[in-house]
Every structure is written in structure tokens, then in C-alpha cells.
Design a protein around this ligand. Structure first.
Ligand code: SF4
Length: 474
């Protein structure tokens, strides 16, 4: 049942309900707004059947069925670059001008935040009026009140531009403020809503730590980001899990680095819970840990291989070594699991075919112990990391190496790769500014195909995307 309050906010996710309700950050902001005196929050999502460039259902809020355009304030949660297309689809379906300069006092004020703000929110600046940088739960209510108190859109922009950690594209013109870091007393985040319709079905989500103490060179959550790793005491995590929760998701950038993670998982398994973990580092997979995971319902042991070879992994400053991955396979088998799933990137700077061949050799060895599945994504350099500015390997290079892996592992491992073309689009947006965001709008309205993005990027006035297109043939 929705809360009634003078100031209503439409908390909006630019992907469908199942994805949005599996986002702990989205649920944390929902709780922050609902708990704030004088404010209430309603949730809105991209329609399940929405297609780029095609008409779709008018977005309405889940709580009261109010049309998105009827709200004075919209708060958008954005996880990563490819969700920019979803924002355009949402606004077009709602009849809200998608570009910020096309909106006036008749339209909602659009605030945004989310994980994307830790790397590069500049392309997002084409669509939104203000962006909360970093951890928003401690400041979002004050920002909403400031928008509400301002008499006009222009006054709200001025007020927000004077607040710390808020980027106002029309005032700051590309200069980003620092990221907010919430008070430790506000940790951990936990999700107030469990639903069978989320990707993480009926799962109670709770944060066991925030940030990371490691230094992987491609990662926006490395130790230099927002004060590194903050640990939530095990007793606190366990005390938050409702008695009737049968599925619990332990969330964080580096969950397996929590010093009491084995105790937390064991204790939840004792209660009869299935436990999911958002991140498992192979060098942390010990016998008692894997035993606890097996008792907590894991049939697949999922961890990160990251790079194709030992040399590439060292270049990325990953601690995962061949012996860790081998031990993970042995432990998974010893505890009766069905398979080992490994995530890795392809097209990392400096990678060569020989590295891919080393990957084939290692995975072949692992597959003699337990069935192996590989989840592969193209490497995209992100701002705010040591590998910022690195070029995209090229669609042809990624496709060729993926095929080399598939061929080498045929009959021995399940090899799944995400699209090299979409990796390229993500890379352009990750490295771009507002112009790239506006190009995404053009592409979405032209149907959202790769050809539409390529055409839109080629028309950009800046040289960098055109240079990139030269290494990314259609
Ligand atoms: S990839 Fe994982 S372990 Fe490495 S810095 Fe990022 S969060 Fe930490």
C-alpha cells in the first residue's frame, strides 16, 4: 500500500520490473524516500514489451497507476551505459521530452543516480536535470526537498548546483563533483520488497560489505573508489534476515572478501535458506567455504577467471591464479555440484591469440574435473579506472577470439559470449560525453539496431568516436 505524503517521487528504472526489483540500490533508494518525512515514493519501470523506436504502453507507477508525466519529480536509477536507451524509450512512451533542454516548468524535474555515476555519467547528462554522484541514500531526501521547495525549474537547478555531490549539466558544463559517501551508520542496504516476479525471485537482498579493497585495473569499484571496502558485521547481516526468508542474496562488490563470509553462509544454511552471492573470488574458495555454499543450495560454483591467460590476469592485477581455479573445480566436484561457471573478458589490452589458446588449455583441464560454462564479455574501458581511455579491441577481433575459444572447447565447455557489437556501443558511451548520449537517442528512435548506433556515432562532431568506428567495421 502506497504512503500518502505531500511530495511524491516516481522512482524509475529504465529496464523492466524483473531487473529493477533485483537491484538492491533501487530498493535502497525506495526505502530512503519512503522513510523520509513528507515524501512518498512510487515505482515505475520500462514496459516488458518495449522495443526501441516502436510505440509502447504509457508508463505508470506500480503503486497508484499514475502516469509518469504527471509527477513533478522523477528519480532515475541507472546501472550502466546501455540503459540510456531505456531512458529514451521511457520518456518517449510517457510523452516527456527526452532531452533536458526541451523540458520546462510544465514537465517533471528529472534527477538521476546509481552505479553509473561511479564511472562516467556525462552521456546521461543529455537527458536528466541533475545527477547525484555516488552513494545517494543519505542525501536523496534533502535533494528532493530542495527541488520541491524551488519555485521553478531554473531555481531548482541553481539550488542543486550549490549542493555537494550533485552534478547539474546545465550549470556545471561537464565538470563533475566528487561522489557522496554515506555515513557508515546507514549501512547495510537491504531490500524492503521480495517478489516472485524479480530476476532474483523471492530473494531477500542484503549488503554484507560495500566497495572493495582490491585494485583490479579495469574496475570502477576498486579500492580507490569511495574509501575502499566497508564491512558490515556478520551479526548485523544475520539479524536483518526475516525469519520467513527462504532465499537470501548477499550483495557487495567483493562479498567473498568479508572476513566472516563462511560463518554467514553456514548460519543461513542452518536456517534452511538458499543463499546467493553477488561475487566470489577464486582465491577465497576454501574447503569450508565451498562446503557451506553447497549446503546453502549452490549447484553451480560461479567465480571470475577475468582474463584469458595468467599473463593477462597479472596485467589486470587479478589475484586469481591457475591453482585457485583448479582448486575451485576440485572443490565444486567434491561437494557434488553440477558445474563450474567462470566469467571472463576478452579483448583486454595486450591480449593475443596465444592467451586465448592458454584459456582453451586451462578450461579443457578443468572440464576433466567438472562441466564448465564460460560467460564472456568484451572488455570496455571505463572512466575512473587505470585502464580508462584504452581502445576497444574491435568487433572483428572479439568475434574471432570468441570463435577460437568456441572451436577449441567444442564438446568440452559451454561458451557463451555477449555481443561484440553491443560491447562496442557500451564502450563509446562509457568513454563519451553528452554528445554520445544524444547520439544514443537518435539511434533508439531509429530502431536501436547496431547500424542505427553506428550511423549516429559517425555523425558525432567529436573525432574520438569516428576514430573508434575505424576499428569497428559494420
Ligand atoms: S573486480 Fe571485483 S575484486 Fe577487483 S576491484 Fe572490482 S570489485 Fe574488487
Amino acid at each position: 500500500m502506497g504512503k500518502q505524503a505531500p511530495v511524491r517521487v516516481a522512482l524509475t528504472y529504465p529496464s523492466p520490473y524483473a531487473a529493477g526489483m533485483s537491484s538492491l540500490g533501487f530498493q535502497r533508494i525506495y526505502r530512503a524516500l519512503q522513510e523520509a518525512p513528507g515524501l512518498s515514493c512510487e515505482r515505475c519501470f520500462l514496459d516488458d514489451d518495449a522495443r526501441p523506436g516502436a510505440p509502447s504502453e504509457v508508463p505508470i507507477t506500480y503503486e497508484s497507476g499514475t502516469e509518469l508525466a504527471a509527477f513533478r519529480i522523477i528519480a532515475l536509477s541507472v546501472a550502466y551505459e546501455l540503459e540510456l536507451g531505456g531512458i529514451v524509450q521511457l520518456f518517449d512512451a510517457a510523452g516527456i521530452p527526452a532531452l533536458r533542454e526541451d523540458r520546462d516548468d510544465r514537465h517533471p524535474f528529472v534527477l538521476a543516480g546509481g552505479p553509473l555515476t561511479f564511472s562516467n555519467p556525462l552521456p546521461l547528462g543529455a537527458f536528466v536535470d541533475a545527477i547525484v554522484m555516488g552513494e545517494a541514500e543519505g542525501i536523496v531526501a534533502d535533494i528532493v526537498r530542495a527541488i520541491d521547495a524551488a519555485g521553478s525549474r531554473a531555481a531548482a537547478l541553481d539550488a542543486l548546483a550549490a549542493m555537494p555531490h550533485v552534478y547539474v549539466p546545465a550549470r556545471h558544463l561537464g565538470t563533475l563533483p566528487t561522489s557522496a559517501q554515506c555515513d557508515d551508520a546507514l549501512l547495510p542496504a537491504w531490500a524492503p520488497i521480495r517478489t516472485p516476479h524479480a530476476e532474483l525471485r523471492d530473494m531477500f537482498l542484503v549488503e554484507v560489505e560495500r566497495g572493495c579493497s582490491r585494485g583490479c585495473t579495469y574496475c570502477v569499484m576498486r579500492r580507490s573508489t569511495n574509501g575502499g571496502m566497508r564491512i558490515v558485521p556478520a551479526e548485523r547481516v544475520l539479524s536483518l534476515v526475516p525469519d520467513d526468508a527462504r532465499r537470501v542474496g548477499l550483495v557487495g562488490a567483493a562479498v567473498s572478501d568479508h572476513p566472516k563470509i563462511v560463518e554467514i553462509v553456514s548460519s543461513l544454511a542452518d536456517r534452511g535458506c538458499d543463499v546467493g552471492l553477488s561475487s566470489l573470488r577464486p582465491d577465497r574458495l576454501t574447503e569450508p567455504f565451498v562446503a557451506a555454499l553447497a549446503r546453502a543450495g549452490h549447484r553451480t560454483l560461479t567465480t571470475a577467471m577475468d582474463g584469458t591467460s595468467e599473463r593477462v590476469r597479472e596485467g589486470l592485477e587479478r589475484r586469481a591464479k591457475v591453482q585457485h581455479l583448479t582448486r575451485a573445480a576440485e572443490l565444486a566436484r567434491a561437494h557434488g555440484m553440477d558445474r563450474l561457471k567462470l566469467y571472463l573478458m576478452i579483448g583486454v589490452p595486450g591480449e593475443e591469440d596465444a592467451d586465448v589458446d592458454e584459456c582453451v588449455e586451462l578450461v579443457s583441464q578443468l572440464s576433466r574435473r567438472i562441466p564448465v560454462a564460460l560467460g564472456i564479455a568484451p572488455f570496455c574501458s571505463k572512466r575512473n579506472t587505470p585502464l580508462d581511455g584504452q581502445p576497444y579491441a574491435g568487433i572483428d577481433v572479439i568475434d574471432r577470439r570468441l570463435e577460437r575459444l568456441r572451436r577449441g572447447l567444442r564438446g568440452r565447455a559451454d561458451v557463451r559470449g555477449t555481443s561484440a557489437r553491443w560491447g562496442f556501443i557500451e564502450w563509446v558511451l562509457a568513454q563519451g560525453g553528452e554528445a554520445e548520449g544524444r547520439a544514443a537517442l537518435t539511434a533508439v528512435r531509429a530502431g536501436g539496431s547496431f547500424a542505427a548506433y553506428k550511423k549516429a556515432f559517425a555523425a558525432l562532431p567529436t573525432e574520438r568516436p569516428r576514430r573508434a568506428l575505424a576499428i569497428a567495421p559494420a
